[in-house]
Design a protein around this ligand. Structure first.
Ligand SMILES: N[C@@H](CCC(=O)N[C@@H](CS)C(=O)NCC(=O)O)C(=O)O
Length: 223
């Protein structure tokens, strides 16, 4: 089994965190030829990371589906809750992270040195709405669903780390939901108090910081 990707991607970090919770050691390699290359598309036609290639050679794409595959292929220890409602809740947090949080990052990252206040305000409102949805659908907790971390935590955790580095730090208009005493704040405390979650989030944090430095240097050398 091989995982193609790099931990600096929040989607790869999702799978790495889920594997950590299951006690699975993943053999990780960069995408051959790079993301989006013809060489990598021969393995994963979307060109995106992560992709998991099974021992039988099948390719499984999409981070949440890879987590589901790991749960089905290696049932012990269970990480997806058996309870149907908790299961739906943790999956909702993963889905809502992808649909209602992740997309709002890009327009702010693409903004040049001149601040476009209308765009900032629009994205801040969209982030607030996404976090409101997530808070409304989290389970009894303290994790995204119940009393242990699962796929929802693995999806939201890396995005929060990323937003802390490149959005909350640069745009005061976007409210960091881990501050204060809301449901996401208590969730964030639980995730950081969990050794397995914290290990992967800290690793992701460090690798993302390095990647962003590299990206900025590359963009500066091009302009
Ligand atoms: N929905 C996908 C998203 C994966 C994704 O967008 N990965 C980014 C890296 S963070 C990527 O591979 N981008 C390259 C591309 O789109 O060509 C998942 O959950 O796995």
């Amino acid at each position: 089994m091989k995982l193609y990707g790099a931990i600096a991607s929040p989607y790869v970090a999702r799978v790495v965190m889920f594997a950590e919770l299951k006690g699975i050691e993943l053999d990780m390699e960069p995408a051959p030829g790079g993301m989006g290359s013809a060489e990598y598309k021969a393995i994963n036609p979307t060109g995106k990371i992560p992709a998991l290639v099974t021992d039988r050679g099948e390719c499984i794409a999409e981070s949440t589906v890879i987590c589901d595959y790991l749960e089905a292929a290696f049932p012990q220890p269970p990480v997806i809750p058996a309870d149907a409602v908790l299961q739906a809740q943790t999956r909702m947090i993963a889905r809502m992270t992808d649909l209602y949080v992740a997309p709002h990052n890009t327009p702010l990252n693409r903004m040049g040195p001149e601040r476009d206040q209308a765009l900032i305000d629009q994205q801040a409102a969209l982030f607030a709405q996404g976090f409101h949805y997530i808070e409304a659908f989290m389970g009894p907790g303290p994790f995204a669903a119940g009393d242990s971390p699962s796929v929802g935590d693995c999806a939201l955790g890396p995005f929060i780390v990323m937003l802390k580095q490149n959005i909350f730090a640069n745009f005061a208009e976007v409210i960091d939901p881990t501050e204060g005493d809301g449901r996401i704040a208590t969730w964030w405390q639980a995730v950081n108090a969990h050794a397995g979650c914290k290990k992967v989030l800290d690793h992701y944090d460090a690798e993302l910081a390095k990647f962003l430095v590299w990206l900025r240097e590359r963009m500066a050398s091009r302009s």
